[in-house]
Design a protein around this ligand. Structure first.
Ligand code: FUL
Ligand code: CA
Length: 496
């Protein structure tokens, strides 16, 4: 996962670079990366920030959270399935992708897999001709969202589960999903393995060793071979990690890095919430949480949809701590996202859009205590250009620089936003923010990890000057964005 340092690749150019040092431009070469750095596929995933889960299967119709594996295929019968309605709900909420439970623990397949009869092909829905994976994946493409799959490793229906034959079955299904449905941005590997099940009629408890049974390196290889751009999720990476809870809350700090040795899907959750630093691997966190108490739709939870204020709190504590947010929207028995969920999402989105429409730091006069090689390429103004690829960096060894933003007039804000330039690794350990008040600097916030994004949401501050102080960094900082924002005064409660 670690990339070669660009400096090592271009050894052939060294004599030329040496010559140039005479005219002092070597000081303006980019900083060396610090620690593990993200792969291209991980960078694309970081940019998504917010996407959704769709939990949908026989459980939707049996009112359960975990099916036993003996459900009659006939129970799966949405009355008014509408992939466009589902995907539009996600899009309007600002999601950049959707991950569908193609198969949950009960083993029922939402696509007509040729390896089992336990699928939509034996359901009355669309006369057995339906394919939820196809409909959702094509609707995602129509609406410009990425599509991903959840394929439960645990299968309470399959007769071979816990035997070697099942691994062949599981990989065959992975291949079907990865070859027949266009581009896939992620494969989500759940670590749950409960034991009891139907297992082709055996109705017994089957235990497996999570660490060895699925032969993860070779199972992951199927994904790498067929979809090299896809990122894989599990408790142990390899590309992004579980955050250690299902409430959508990342640790504070939440480091993008982790020591992967000894971790696998279903391994201990120790360290997942905050990550580890220093660490050997870039394995950022995903916060998965449902908009309702359960992962699947239950009519009795219609009045328990998370309120916009709760969704906002989750957003600030997940995306705002450098993780991605995977918010579950469970389709109902019609095969649509329920009106209450849509209403809550719409208000949540409206508030976020109103908040982030206007960076109040735009146009500020910037003065940095240090700029790498005094070069334009690394100038402080790069933090205000809305581009992740440009950044402010300091000279090597300058790890606690300051940046003053002169706003020209009093400005009121309650959200501060920072990004690091990820290709150079996670560099900043801690920082503080000051406002200029009554002729002196007064600290109003301090924090730790930044990574992809850090949002600090607090009381309203009115000032005409803000100062950012990096108070600890493992290497000279490389900050790509800085923003000041004001949440709308009134965040309306939903009228459910
Ligand atoms: C868990 C599963 O057991 C739940 O049913 C759900 O799919 C959740 C996202 O992951 O481990
Ligand atoms: Ca920038």
């Amino acid at each position: 996962m670690k990339r070669l340092l660009p400096a090592l690749i271009c050894c052939g150019l060294l004599p030329i670079l040496n010559d140039l040092t005479a005219v002092s431009s070597s000081a303006a070469s980019p900083p060396q990366p610090y620690g593990p750095v993200p792969t291209e596929r991980q960078l694309r995933w970081h940019e998504m920030e917010f996407y959704g889960f769709l939990h949908f299967t026989v459980n939707t119709f049996t009112d359960r959270e975990w099916g036993n594996g003996d459900e009659d295929e006939k129970v799966f019968n949405p009355t008014d399935f509408d992939a466009d309605q589902i995907v539009s709900a996600a899009k309007q909420a600002g999601m950049k992708g959707l991950i569908l439970t193609a198969k949950h623990h009960d083993g029922f397949c939402l696509w007509p897999s040729r390896y089992t009869e336990h699928s939509v092909k034996n359901s009355p829905w669309k006369g057995g001709q339906g394919d939820v994976v196809k409909e959702i994946s094509t609707a995602c493409r129509r609406h410009g969202l990425k599509f991903g799959v959840y394929l439960s490793p645990w299968d309470r229906n399959n007769k071979d589960y816990a035997r070697p034959e099942y691994i062949t079955y599981y990989r065959n299904q992975l291949r079907e999903l990865l070859t027949n449905y266009g581009d896939i941005f992620t494969v989500w590997f759940d670590g749950a393995n409960g034991g009891d099940g139907y297992y082709g009629g055996a109705r017994e408890k089957r235990q497996i060793d999570n660490r060895t049974y699925y032969d993860w390196p070779n199972t992951w290889r199927v994904v790498r071979d067929l979809r090299p751009g896809a990122v894989m999720f599990s408790d142990g990476g390899p590309d992004f990690r579980w955050v250690g809870n299902e409430s959508g809350i990342a640790g504070d700090p939440c480091w993008e890095t982790l020591n992967l040795t000894g971790r696998y899907p279903g391994s201990s959750s120790a360290g997942l919430n905050s990550g580890e630093r220093p660490a050997t691997d870039w394995v950022p966190a995903e916060c998965d949480v449902s908009i309702r108490p359960g992962w699947f739709y239950h009519a009795k939870e219609d009045a328990r949809v998370k309120k916009p204020t709760q969704l906002l709190d989750i957003y600030y504590k997940s995306v705002g701590r450098g993780a991605c947010l995977n918010l579950n929207l469970p389709p109902d028995r019609r095969g649509r996202i329920h009106e209450n969920d849509i209403r809550s999402l719409a208000e949540f989105r409206r508030t976020l859009d109103a908040t982030f429409a206007n960076n109040l730091a735009k146009g500020a006069k910037l003065s940095a205590s240090n700029t790498r090689g005094k070069a334009k390429q690394f100038a402080a103004k790069n933090v205000l250009d809305h581009k992740r690829q440009t950044y402010w960096a300091t000279d090597d060894g300058i790890t606690t620089p300051e940046l003053v933003l002169d706003l020209g007039k009093p400005v009121t804000f309650n959200v501060v936003s920072l990004r690091e330039y990820l290709p150079l690794g996670q560099r900043v350990d801690a920082f503080a923010l000051d406002q200029f008040k009554d002729g002196q600097w007064v600290e109003f916030a301090k924090s730790t990890s930044i990574g992809n994004l850090r949002l600090i949401r607090g009381d309203r501050v009115t000032t005409d000057k803000v100062r950012l102080r990096v108070t600890k960094a493992a290497a000279c900082p490389a900050l790509s964005e800085f923003g000041l924002y004001a949440e709308p005064a009134q965040v309306k409660a939903p009228s459910l």
